[in-house]
Design a protein around this ligand. Structure first.
Ligand code: SF4
Length: 250
């Protein structure tokens, strides 16, 4: 697939600009995935089957060669990715292209943030700039992960790869979002926070667009309590935190 442009400004909290050099995502999350819902609504994909067979944007590097010089002074943090996953599990071609994108951005003095449900390669530690590497962890339960993130990397492998980068001195972060309610899975948020306590930053957010959440009558109180727990944990452990808008309610 060929695109006309790649880098665009965004309102998400992970970076002020973003790019998506792949369409679709084999992780096929069933929360559901907001990117999939939008792709379907705007006619970019017809079905879930099509969504989980990702297509690389073939002219990614040519577009970057044109766009990075133009945008580089405006970008404080370039986020990979907003509507797909840059280190898609089991897709070596996508992982290699994402490494090239990061190398090229850093060569233009553009720092990047990365978010994945795949395995972050240790070679990221060799990139010249202080990028921010993140993974999603909403549960440590393998069965839950297989059901809700069917194509994504096993959760402990994901965490181990991030920890290895942290030990190499990289800046790391964890997205605990979209966090499920107890009628979806009963689990300990403390155990999840303990497992990622090495990270420099934790982002916590509720699960949206899922009717099972609204069936859980106490979901507002639940998310308020969880957010409070995350804030306290981060304060106690000197970890930066951010609670996503709409997670804490009256
Ligand atoms: S990893 Fe992200 S983009 Fe991919 S299916 Fe899951 S939520 Fe959607």
């Amino acid at each position: 697939m060929i695109r006309k442009s790649l880098i665009y400004k965004t309102e998400v909290e992970y970076g002020d600009y973003t790019l998506n050099h792949i369409q679709g995502c084999s992780h096929g999350c069933k929360y559901p995935c907001y990117a999939y819902m939008m792709a379907k609504r705007f006619g970019k994909v017809k079905s879930y089957e099509e969504w989980i067979h990702p297509q690389i944007v073939e002219n990614t590097m040519q577009l970057l060669a044109k766009e990075l010089p133009r945008f580089k002074d405006k970008i404080s943090l370039l986020h990979l990715c907003f509507t797909t996953d840059p280190f898609m599990y089991g897709h070596e071609d996508i992982c290699q292209l994402s490494m090239q994108v990061l190398q090229r951005a850093n060569a233009h003095s553009v720092r990047c943030s990365v978010l994945t449900k795949g395995i972050l390669p240790i070679e990221l530690a060799e990139l010249p700039l202080q990028n921010e590497y993140g993974i999603t962890v909403v549960s440590l339960d393998d069965d839950f992960i297989r059901r809700y993130e069917p194509g994504a990397a096993p959760i402990h492998d994901r965490i181990d790869a991030l920890k290895a980068l942290s030990e190499k001195g990289c800046k790391t972060w964890v997205s605990v979002e979209p966090y499920p309610t107890p009628n979806i899975i009963k689990q300990s948020l403390s155990n999840i926070l303990d497992a990622v306590s090495f990270a420099d930053r934790i982002i916590f957010g509720r699960l949206n667009y899922n009717k099972v959440v609204s069936e859980y009558k106490q979901h507002k109180e639940f998310y308020n309590q969880c957010a409070e727990q995350v804030i306290q944990f981060c304060k106690d452990n000197q970890i930066d935190y951010h609670i996503k808008t709409g997670t804490i309610t009256e």
